[in-house]
Ligand binder design. Structure first.
Ligand code: ATR
Length: 281
């Protein structure tokens, strides 16, 4: 790269951030498209978040991704927030529009896009069971509701959080908070089961968020977890004849949508996927 070349700066604000795979993925995408953009990580302490956001304007950065623990608090420092991010209650992508900082959320929409691209589901005809009602679930449930799925059931260990999330999306799609005891009858009604909880994530890879005997052929079973690549839930689902959908697609497409918001260019999905599966740098 020419040292005098003008570079447009993007990156990631989080704490901690050093293990993020986003720089490899985004920089591979910029290279593929011949864009003189660069993406790097910034470890931002919570008490310095406001100053870090201001630095986007000061330095003329094109934007950043935002991750744990800043996705909710960062909303206080932005000029505008998209209706979808507002409804999710979190921002994962900031775009600097000539000094106006706009907060987007590409987690839920990225997830929905990965489902459309990677499974045979017809979303308008799908009833969906979502396990969990935390931050990731909010993004997925809101985007699924806005996309117009047929019906959503939410099962969460802490029932009140499921109630709150169902109420939040109910004006866009029929939505119900259910108990774990309802799962045996529900898994025969729905077409899609999504795990948004952390159950089954490395190192606790022997756990499943639902009794695997409830999974069967004809279901699509989706897990937001991508470490391990195939969770025990997905393995059990696959062995019972269900179609499975892993969490890597959500990570790729949330990044792809951020890439497009910053560059105006369609993201090279396969290059991004390959970079994650077989890192070259
Ligand atoms: P994230 O941002 O990844 O969604 P989160 O907001 O902390 O993380 O949400 C974690 C989700 O996993 C919650 O739905 C949580 O259930 P509670 O609301 O009852 O805490 C769920 N979860 C975590 N560990 C769990 C477990 N052992 N069994 C069932 N649900 C669990």
């Amino acid at each position: 790269m020419d040292a005098n070349q003008h570079l447009t700066l993007t990156g990631l604000f989080g704490h901690p951030v050093r293990h993020s795979r986003s720089p490899q993925m985004q920089n591979a995408a910029f290279r593929e498209k011949g864009l003189s953009f660069v993406y790097t990580v910034f470890d931002v302490l919570p008490e310095r978040l406001e100053a870090a956001v201001e630095s986007i304007r000061v330095l003329g950065m094109r934007g950043v991704n935002v991750t744990i623990p800043h996705k909710v608090d960062v909303m206080n420092y932005l000029d505008r927030i998209t209706p979808e991010a507002e409804m999710i209650g979190a921002v994962n992508t900031i775009v600097n529009e000539n000094g106006e900082l706009v907060g987007h959320n590409t987690d839920g929409s990225g997830y929905v896009r990965s489902l459309i691209e990677e499974t045979a589901l017809s979303l308008p005809e799908s009833k969906v069971l979502i396990l969990g009602a935390g931050g990731a679930s909010r993004a997925v449930a809101v985007s699924m509701a806005l996309k117009g799925v047929k019906e959503i059931f939410i099962a969460n260990r802490t029932r009140e959080k499921g109630d709150e999330l169902a109420a939040r999306i109910a004006s866009y799609c029929p939505a119900h908070s259910v108990s774990y005891e309802d799962l045996p009858s529900l898994t025969n009604q729905v077409q899609l089961v999504i795990n948004t909880t952390s159950v089954g994530m490395s190192p606790n890879i022997e756990e499943t968020p639902i009794d695997p005997s409830l999974l069967h052929e004809g279901l699509v079973v989706s897990d937001l977890i991508y470490n391990p690549r195939e969770t025990l839930l997905l393995k059990e689902a696959r062995q019972r004849g269900a179609q499975t959908h892993g969490g890597l697609g959500m990570f790729i497409y949330q990044g792809a949508e951020a890439f497009t918001l910053w560059t105006g260019v369609e993201a090279p999905i396969e290059v991004m996927r390959k970079q994650l599966e077989h890192p070259t740098k």
